[in-house]
Design a protein around this ligand. Structure first.
Ligand SMILES: Cc1cc2nc3c(=O)[nH]c(=O)nc-3n(C[C@H](O)[C@H](O)[C@H](O)COP(=O)(O)OP(=O)(O)OC[C@H]3O[C@@H](n4cnc5c(N)ncnc54)[C@H](O)[C@@H]3O)c2cc1C
Length: 158
């Protein structure tokens, strides 16, 4: 039985045919994305830490010279809808520049594109990431309300 498009993670979609030419608003890294890096990340590990929290470790050569500040995030292209990239942002938990690794913690909550991607991601899968992005209250560029963490998974700061 064919999978619905919405059930197909980008990684699988990318393997099953010619990738579509994307109508990508972030084709050029400018404006709020100036200073970010586009990376072809590869999944190294994807571990279920708790029933609701997945830890994903990704690698890319660009991480050798990648620096970030606490609270900054990486935006992953978790799916493609027609010719439009679907991206979700994940706060950087750790970067190991020597090993070219970045660690993300992703909450499993239901059935959005980000959730579907993290559920299906396996070591060796590739995904585009753009970062580091800044989006936190108290900076000169606060997060638009529509992009803030869902209330039930907002990180609690010590
Ligand atoms: C700056 C920034 C940093 C972020 N960092 C992280 C991070 O480190 N880890 C992380 O897991 N997420 C983080 N998020 C949220 C993340 O980008 C996605 O929004 C989230 O993973 C849901 O994406 P989705 O595609 O699975 O669901 P969506 O399609 O976006 O949502 C589907 C439905 O589920 C609801 N929903 C979404 N998330 C939750 C949730 N956690 N609990 C309950 N209901 C929910 C939505 O309201 C919606 O109704 C961050 C967001 C921003 C803006």
């Amino acid at each position: 039985m064919a999978m619905r498009k919405a059930d197909r993670p980008m990684t699988e979609a990318a393997q099953t045919g010619t990738p579509p030419v994307l109508n990508d608003p972030f084709a050029r890294l400018q404006g709020p994305l100036a200073g970010t890096t586009r990376m072809r990340l590869q999944v190294v590990r994807n571990d279920l830490l708790t029933p609701a929290m997945q830890q994903v470790v990704l690698s890319a050569g660009e991480l050798a010279s990648f620096s970030y500040r606490p609270g900054q995030d990486i935006m992953l292209m978790v799916d493609v809808d027609g010719d439009r990239p679907v991206r979700r942002r994940y706060t950087i938990r750790a970067v190991d520049s020597a090993q070219c690794l970045v660690t993300l913690g992703i909450v499993r909550h239901g059935d959005g594109p980000g959730e579907r991607w993290v559920r299906a991601a396996r070591p060796g899968d590739q995904i585009e990431g753009i970062g580091p992005r800044t989006c936190s209250p108290g900076t000169s560029r606060p997060c638009p309300r529509s992009l803030r963490w869902p209330a039930r998974c907002r990180p609690r700061l010590a």
